[in-house]
Design a protein around this ligand. Sequence first.
Ligand SMILES: [Zn+2]
Length: 306
Amino acid sequence: MTASPATSAREATPSGAPARRAARPCLVCGARGARPLHGPRSPLVRCSCGLVYVDPLPTPEEVAARENEAFHGGLVDETAEMFSAYYRNFPDDPVVRGFRATVARLKEMTGGGKLIDVGIGTGLLLHLAREAEFTPLGCEISPGAAEKAREEFGVEVEVGDFLVADVGEAPAAITMADVVEHTADPRRFLMRAAELLRPGGALFVAVPNHRSTLFRTADVLARIPGLSSLAGRLYVPNHYWYFTPATLVRLIESVGLRVVLVRGESPYLGRYAFSFPVRAGLEALIALGKVAGLEARVEVYAVKPA
Ligand SMILES: [Zn+2]
């Protein structure tokens, strides 16, 4: 008997019970054989390259429904403030400073021009891009979010799916903050960005970092009865991909872009509602992540070869 218990649970049916079917191949490296992340009943699997993904992927209808739920439902409680006059009320907030630094880096890399922000959130990044003398254009699937951004910031937003939207002339920069992990096929989003960018143009992608103290802790908690719901704060229903810096870089390079900067970023907890012990714990993990190079977010800047 050479098979590990996990392997036999997946491939053999000693009791006649249906085996967990093999996970679909990895998006990043193409390998088969991704293994359950939190035990055999978890919808999450991890490939040996480091990519964690939801398997099977929900249907496109379900993906749209979850996205809608996230925007109009539970998550909005925590981010409601962000969606109402966030910039006016908190001009010095770390989130504002972070976006401003991103825009400044893109300006330095490209010299400016048109900037397309995919998945606009509040519209804040578009506003800051305009302050930095980019010509900003949002591309947003939610008409409600587009309308709010127009009202709050007076920015131009095209409503539609980035994969097919008409965005006009080739942009100097494209930004995707907290976007690709929500999509059914992140590579198609990156390919589309690579196609649209002008030669020498730059792409910015930011996602939660799975190679972080926060996710490492969540993976331990997920296996402890009674504490697994805490892991659900990070493994949310509308994220289908959990990248490490290495897997994100590999995917971006696979569409022909050249990665020029990878950096970690720590989240700002100010706007989230947590009980005291949870907040203290998270702050300690975030501080540890900064020291250990295991920060909770990863940002990648890549350029289209001229
Ligand atoms: Zn892989």
